[in-house]
Design a protein around this ligand. Structure first.
Ligand SMILES: [Zn+2]
Length: 259
């Protein structure tokens, strides 16, 4: 299996050569925010990175250095969280694409590791990049791309540090998983107020929680919502492989399509 093609490990000559072989660049975007007592602050970025690595091995796509920060105002309730303003995220993502487009890259897949929270800003940056720079961009969102497999794996609803995220971390980064620190917190079910893409009923658009709501999850489970005690390495592996396959398909489709 070839190794993942991280841009920061290449010389400029190797970058040029690799871009000639596969003209799609992956940009992982995550966050630095609390993930309860059992997962590290960098979880969302680690998740984006491991998917990028899997797809890079299969397709040869170059991976740009990850964006380790996202919009996390609601998680400022716990220490270590670093939130950046949406306009900074939009500007940073646009500048990264602009610089790489200057060097000849024309196709980009941006991976969203930060659940629903960063999507709006990624859409704004990618639309502007397509319009102003004439490149093609796609956003790969694990929550939407795993809709088919999540019920089969019997994962509960999307929460935070939940069994989906925890199973994935347990599979890809077992050394970062603090099994002895796992706590569950199931928020009250509120009909018609779900923002989980896999939820079969009415699904609302997402707005970050209020600090008041976050304080409840902090009190009960150190910032978790969901059931990470149900996380499972084997399910994490199936979830991971499904997403790597989907991401590789997206990259291959973009390569074939000359627009
Ligand atoms: Zn997360």
């Amino acid at each position: 299996m070839p190794s993942p093609k991280w841009l920061q490990r290449m010389t400029w000559e190797e970058f040029k050569l690799n871009l000639e072989r596969c003209d799609v660049i992956i940009i992982p975007v995550g966050s630095t925010e609390q993930h309860g007592g059992h997962l590290p602050l960098g979880t969302d970025t680690f998740v984006a990175n491991t998917l990028a690595e899997g797809a890079s091995e299969q397709t040869g796509a170059i991976i740009a250095p990850p964006v380790w920060y996202g919009w996390s105002p609601h998680h400022m309730v716990l220490p270590g969280t670093v939130t950046i303003r949406p306009e900074i995220l939009i500007g940073l993502l646009f500048d990264i694409i602009e610089a790489l487009a200057h060097h000849g890259a024309e196709k980009f897949v941006v991976i969203n590791g930060h659940r629903i929270v960063n999507i709006s800003w990624m859409q704004i940056a990618c639309e502007k990049a397509q319009r102003v720079l004439g490149i093609r961009a796609a956003i790969f969102d694990p929550s939407y791309m795993s809709k088919e497999i999540v019920p089969e794996l019997e994962f509960g609803p999307v929460g935070h540090g939940d069994e989906i995220e925890s199973s994935h971390m347990l599979y890809s980064y077992p050394e970062l998983y603090r099994a002895e620190k796992v706590l569950d917190y199931i928020p009250d079910y509120k009909p018609l107020l779900s923002a989980d893409p896999a939820f079969q009923g009415d699904t609302l658009c997402y707005i970050p929680s209020t600090i008041k709501n976050m304080e409840k999850s902090v009190k009960v489970a150190k910032g978790i919502s969901g059931s990470p005690s149900r996380s499972c390495k084997r399910k994490g592996e199936r979830y991971h492989k499904h997403l790597v396959q989907r991401l590789s398909e997206v990259i291959n489709n973009m390569q074939e399509k000359e627009e």
